[in-house]
Design a binder for this molecule. Sequence first.
Ligand SMILES: Nc1nc2c(ncn2[C@@H]2O[C@H](COP(=O)(O)OP(=O)(O)O)[C@@H](O)[C@H]2O)c(=O)[nH]1
Ligand SMILES: [Mg+2]
Length: 307
Amino acid sequence: MQDKITQLLAEIQAGSYKALARGITMVENDLEGYSTLLSQLKNTDAAKVVGITGPPGAGKSTLVNALLHHWIKADKRIAVIAVDPSSPFNYGALLGDRIRMADFYNHNNVYIRSLATRGALGGLHAKIIEITDVVKHAPFDYILVETVGVGQSEVEIAGLADCTVVALVPEAGDEVQTLKAGIMEIANLFVVNKADRDNADTLYRTLRILAHERSMGDDETPVIKTIATTQDGLAELAAAIETYLTTHNTIPEKKLQLLTERCWQIIQHRQMRGFNKAKLLLQLQEAVQSPMFNLYSFTDSFVENNS
Ligand SMILES: Nc1nc2c(ncn2[C@@H]2O[C@H](COP(=O)(O)OP(=O)(O)O)[C@@H](O)[C@H]2O)c(=O)[nH]1
Ligand SMILES: [Mg+2]
C-alpha cells in the first residue's frame, strides 16, 4: 500500500490528471490508504487557491470559465473545484457547471472536478480542505474553488482560499444593504457581474461605500465590474487577484489564523465521520411518530449507534 501511495503521489506531482482523479476519489470516499496519502502530501504553497463565492446564478461558473480563458493565454495551469449545490432531498450534483466550463474540458492545462455537497445543508463539501490539499500536490498555478455562498460556507471558503472573490449581481442591489456582516468580512475582492444589466452602477457604488466604511484607513476591498459572458473586466479581475495574492501572501498572523481554521475544520469533519444526514432523516421520520419522542435522547442514541 505504502509503495502504491508513494507512486500515486509522484504521478500527481508530475502532472498526471488520471493519478490526481484517483487521489481525489480516494480522499472523497475514504478509500483504503487515503489517510496515508494525506499525511504524505508535500507542504507546498506553489498553487494559489482562489475562492469564488456568491449567490446562485451570480455567474460564478461563467466567471471561472472567463478566468480560465484569461489564464490559459498566459500559459498558466489551473485546477477548478466546483462544489455543486444539491438539495438535501435529492443528494445529486447538478450538471450546469460542467456545461458552462465546457470550453476547457479537454485542455491540457486545465483540470476540472465537480463535487456534490452531499446534503451538507449549504455548507462546503465535507472533504473540500483535504481534496484541495491533494490538488495542491499537483503542478498548478491556480486552484479555483467555486461554491455557493449560503451561510456557513462563505466562512469556510475564507479558511480555504488565499484570495476570496465574492460575486454579486445588480439584482442583488437592495439586498446588499442587509448582507450579512459575514460576507463583507470574507471578501478580498468584490465582483459586480452582469454589468451589462441595469443598476450595475448602483450596486458598484454601494459596494464601494461599504468597502470604504469597512476599511478604517486600511486598503479598501477592490470592487470590479465584469460581464463574464463577454470577458469584459476579466483582465482587471485577474490583475486584482494577482495583486491581492502577491501583497497578502506573507502576513504570518493571517496565515496562522487560516491554518487554525483549517485544522479546526478537519477535526470537526473527522468527528462527523460515520454520520449520514440521509440516514438521520429516515430515523427521525420514524422516531417522531412516537408520542414519547424527545430530540435530545434521540440524538444521544443516534450518536452512540453511529460512532
Ligand atoms: N447578461 C449576463 N449574463 C451572465 C453574465 N454572467 C453569467 N451570465 C448568465 O447567468 C446565468 C448563471 O450563470 P452561472 O455561471 O451558472 O452562475 P452560478 O450559479 O453563479 O455559477 C447563466 O445563464 C449565464 O450565462 C453576465 O455577465 N451578463
Ligand atoms: Mg455555478
